[in-house]
Design a protein around this ligand. Structure first.
Ligand code: C5P
Length: 407
C-alpha cells in the first residue's frame, strides 16, 4: 500500500506516455497522492486533462498557469514528494537530468527534490544503445537515481527492444518495494506520554455570517500531532476550523471554532498532559458581542466593532504548569525575532519556543514548508527550510532530547 505517500509522476514526450495513465491509475488505487508534472513535449502524447481527472490534481507543465498566473514552486513540489518517478523518461529528459538542464518544470523539480528518484526510460534501441545515452544513464545512477527498465543492469547492445518502458505493474512493484525497504519504524520514545496539541486558526463571530479569522492552515500542528502519535504518544488534538483530515486514527480530535472554545477544551485536557504544544494561531481579540442578526448595509451607519481580549491559552496553561510537564509554544515574528521569542518563553512559562519568521520565504502560513529556530532557556538552534513533516520530526526530536535531559 502507498497510502498517504506523496508521489511526483514526471511524464516526458514519448509514445509510452499512454502507459503512464495506467501507472497513474495504479498509484492512485494503491492510495498514493500523485502530482503529475508533464513536459511540453509530453503534452503532445497525452492530455493534461486525462491526467488531472485521474490524479485529482491539475497536471503541472509550466512554471506559471497561463490563465491565473499562479506560480508553481518546484522547490515546494520537490519537498512535498516522498518519491519522484519519471515515466516515460526520453533520451532528451535523461540527458537534461544528467546535466542539470533545468528548462522545464520536470527537470527543475528533479533538481530540487530531496526524495528518492526513479526513472523508467523509453526510447528506441539505437537511442538507448547510443554512447551518450549510456553515459547519461551512468551519470544518473552515480547520482543515486534508480533506473527501472527491462534492460536495467544488462548490456543494451545485446538486447533488441530493450529501450521500451517497463510495464506499469512492474514500476508499481519497484515503488512499493522502495517504501517497504525504508525504515519508518522509529523508537516509540513517547510511549505512555499524553500530548495535547492546539492547531489551526480561530474564528471570532461578528454576526451569524461573518467572523474575524486568520490564514493559518493548521498543517504544522497536524504534522506535529502525527509525529507525536508516530512516536507512541497518546495525542489529543484541539483544532480550530481547518480543512484537514485527522492525521492518524489513534489521535483524539476536538474541533472548535473560537478562542474561548479552544481555551475551554484545552484547559480540560492540559492538566493530565505530559506535553502541551500550542501550535494554534489564536485570535488575540474577539468582538465584544456577536450580533444576533446579520449586520445590514442599508440601515446602519458605518458599524464599529468593539474588540475585547481573548485569553492567551498558552500563557494561561503555562501558569498552572507542573514541574514534570513540558510546554511548547510557537512564535511567528516579523522583527526582533529572537528577543521576542525569548521573552515569550519566560512570560508564558514555556519550555520551548518554535520560532518562524514571516521574513523567510516558504515559512509560515498555508505552505507545506517551514523554516524554524528552536529556542529554549539555554539554547537556540536554527534549521534550514524543510517540509512541515520534517520540521515536525525535528521539533519532536528536540522535545524528547529535552525530556531526557531532565531525567
Ligand atoms: O503571543 P503570541 O501570539 O505571539 O504567542 C504565540 C504562541 O502563543 C503560540 O504558541 C500560540 O499558540 C499561543 N497563543 C495562545 N493563545 C492566544 C495567543 C497565542 O495559545 N490567545
Amino acid at each position: 500500500m502507498l497510502k498517504g505517500k506523496h508521489i511526483v509522476l514526471g511524464i516526458s514526450g514519448g509514445i509510452a506516455a499512454y502507459k503512464s495513465v495506467f501507472l497513474l491509475r495504479l498509484l492512485v488505487k494503491a492510495g498514493a497522492e500523485v502530482q503529475v508534472v508533464i513536459t511540453p513535449n509530453g503534452k503532445e502524447f497525452i492530455t493534461p486533462v486525462t491526467l488531472s481527472s485521474l490524479s485529482g490534481k491539475p497536471a503541472i507543465s509550466e512554471f506559471f498557469t497561463a490563465n491565473t498566473g499562479e506560480w508553481h514552486s518546484h522547490v515546494d513540489l520537490g519537498l512535498w514528494a516522498d518519491l519522484m518517478i519519471i515515466a516515460p523518461a526520453t533520451a532528451s529528459t535523461i540527458a537534461k537530468m544528467a546535466n542539470g538542464v533545468a528548462d522545464n518544470m520536470l527537470v527543475t523539480s528533479y533538481l530540487s527534490t530531496k526524495a528518492h528518484v526513479m526513472v523508467a526510460p523509453a526510447m528506441d534501441l539505437d537511442m538507448w544503445a547510443h554512447p551518450s545515452t549510456r553515459r547519461n544513464i551512468a551519470t544518473l545512477v552515480a547520482d543515486g537515481v534508480e533506473i527501472i527498465s527491462p534492460a536495467a543492469g544488462e548490456l543494451a547492445s545485446h538486447l533488441v527492444g530493450k529501450g521500451r518502458m517497463e510495464e506499469p505493474q512492474n514500476i508499481l512493484k519497484a515503488i512499493e518495494s522502495y517504501f517497504d525497504t525504508l525504515h519508518p519504524a522509529v523508537p516509540p520514545a513517547l510511549n505512555g506520554k499524553k500530548v495535547i496539541v492546539t492547531a489551526g486558526p480561530t474564528h471570532e463571530k461578528i454576526d451569524p455570517v461573518r467572523f474575524i479569522g486568520n490564514y493559518s492552515s493548521g498543517k504544522m500542528g497536524f504534522e506535529i500531532a502525527r509525529e507525536c502519535a508516530r512516536r507512541g504518544a497518546d495525542v489529543t488534538l484541539v483544532c480550530g476550523p481547518v480543512a484537514l483530515p485527522t492525521p492518524n486514527p489513534d489521535i483524539e480530535r476536538f474541533d472548535v471554532t473560537s478562542a474561548l472554545e479552544m481555551y475551554e477544551t484545552t484547559r480540560s485536557f492540559v492538566q493530565s498532559a505530559d506535553i502541551a504544544i500550542f501550535a494554534a494561531a489564536v485570535a488575540d481579540y474577539r468582538p465584544e458581542v456577536c450580533r444576533e442578526s446579520k449586520i445590514k448595509r442599508e440601515k446602519q451607519q458605518e458599524p464599529v466593532i468593539k474588540l475585547v481580549k481573548n485569553p492567551d491559552i498558552a500563557a494561561e496553561c503555562g501558569r498552572g504548569k507542573r514541574k514534570n510537564q513540558f510546554f511548547v509554544g510557537f512564535a511567528l515574528e516579523t522583527d526582533n525575532e529572537l528577543e521576542n521569542a525569548q521573552e515569550k518563553l519566560v512570560k508564558k512559562n514555556l519550555d520551548m519556543i518554535v520560532l518562524n519568521s514571516l521574513r523567510d520565504q516558504g515559512a509560515g502560513f498555508q505552505c507545506d514548508t517551514n523554516k524554524i529556530t528552536i529556542v529554549t532557556a539555554d539554547d537556540t538552534v536554527s534549521f534550514p527550510l524543510k517540509s512541515k513533516t520534517d520540521v515536525a520530526s525535528d521539533v519532536v526530536d528536540r522535545i524528547i532530547l529535552e525530556l531526557n535531559k531532565g531525567k
